[in-house]
Design a protein around this ligand. Structure first.
Ligand code: 6GU
Length: 237
């Protein structure tokens, strides 16, 4: 997976060098190239913002440096679609992550200030995505969220090949609770079934926990989902 990111804050993407995404970059399963509009300025102040027509508070990303950076990214990554991160975009979710993970690459455009000139959206953006209903100071964190969610779905990235398959949301449910040593912690014991070695019983308990939590915390997820035959059988036993 080839990630190209157009951003005024390339240093923020150092965080992607850690953990699962970092390992994917180190092993060549993903690559990351950063394009800074500030490197495409031609004035002494290296200006990257401009005043909005019509007035009002805040600034807009200056057109020429942004356009130049984006064009270089496109030339370097032919075939990658340009994704603009904006609260006005489609809501990103696990289904979107799965679809994006099947691509060869993507150009992530992180907006700053009040956003970008709408004519740049018209000419040069293929998709607009948001990561939720709240306002961030820029698209960088959203770009990293998408990179993370997509990268962990790439073949061979997670140590245990089943991990991504077993995630909450992959199966439409919240995760069951996890426990590790010690088996008593401040007087609270690990559920007996998890120490039983009975894998059928453990599977059934975990499914019940996942269903119960989803019902209590995210009933909206259950409305969009039916029990599989395997799950029905497990619960009836
Ligand atoms: Cl993609 N950008 C910004 N600035 N804020 C957001 C967002 C994106 N998604 C949710 N909030």
């Amino acid at each position: 997976m080839r990630f190209d990111v157009v951003t005024l804050f390339p240093e923020m993407f150092e965080a992607a060098r850690l953990g699962v995404t970092g390992k994917a970059l180190d092993t060549g399963k993903a690559s990351l190239k950063l394009w800074n509009p500030r490197d495409y300025t031609d004035d002494t102040h290296r200006t990257v913002d401009d005043r909005p027509y019509g007035g009002g508070p805040g600034m807009v990303m200056m057109v020429e440096p942004l356009k130049a950076a984006l064009q270089e990214a496109k030339a370097a990554a032919p075939g990658s679609r340009v994704i603009y991160l904006t609260p006005q975009g489609q809501r990103f979710d696990q289904m979107a992550a799965r679809e994006m993970a099947a691509r060869d690459g993507m150009i992530l455009l992180a907006g700053r200030y009040e956003g970008i000139d709408e004519r740049l959206v018209d000419c040069c953006v293929d998709e607009e995505w948001s990561i939720g209903d709240y306002v961030l100071s820029g698209g960088e964190l959203a770009a990293m969220v998408i990179m993370d969610a997509v990268t962990r779905l790439l073949p061979g990235v997670l140590g245990h090949e089943d991990s991504a398959q077993q995630d909450s949301y992959m199966n439409g449910l919240l995760d069951f609770p996890q426990y590790t040593r010690p088996d008593a912690l401040e007087g609270r014991e690990v559920p007996d079934v998890l120490l039983s070695g009975n894998h059928a019983a453990i599977g059934k308990w975990r499914l019940k926990q996942a269903l119960g939590r989803t019902w209590l915390r995210r009933p909206d997820l259950l409305e969009q989902r039916e029990l599989s035959e395997e799950e029905q059988r497990l619960l009836e036993e």
